[in-house]
Design a protein. Structure first.
Length: 116
């Protein structure tokens, strides 16, 4: 059974920081590219950041560049998203998944709320 459990969200003020974590099980994690996605209220889910299976190749969407850092620990089957200088428009539910994503395995995500 695949489980992608995101955690670490919360309420933070504008300019604050959060680190999200994702624990993966039921997949060949060390062989899987991973990514973070987010979905804001009333909007479609969107891509945030990608990391290759070895961690060598990383890609960010424009709004994440310079503020977010994706990383992974293949020994612990975890992927993280360090988010700095948060803005109200970063408010969303954040999800981790493989990339390309396993559409049946999105999980609950973790809520990030940035107050203005």
């Amino acid at each position: 059974q695949v489980q992608l459990v995101a955690s670490g969200g919360g309420l933070v003020e504008t300019g604050g920081s959060l680190t999200l974590s994702c624990a993966a099980s039921g997949i060949a994690f060390s062989a899987s590219a991973m990514a973070w996605f987010r979905q804001a209220p009333g909007k479609e889910r969107e891509f945030v950041a990608h990391i290759s299976s070895t961690g060598v190749y990383i890609k960010y969407v424009d709004f994440a560049k310079g503020r977010f850092t994706i990383s992974r620990d293949n020994a612990r089957n975890t992927v993280r998203l360090q988010m700095n200088t948060l803005k109200p428009e970063d408010t969303a539910v954040y999800y981790c998944n493989t990339n390309p994503p396993r559409n049946a395995d999105w999980g609950q995500g973790t809520q990030v709320t940035v107050s203005s």
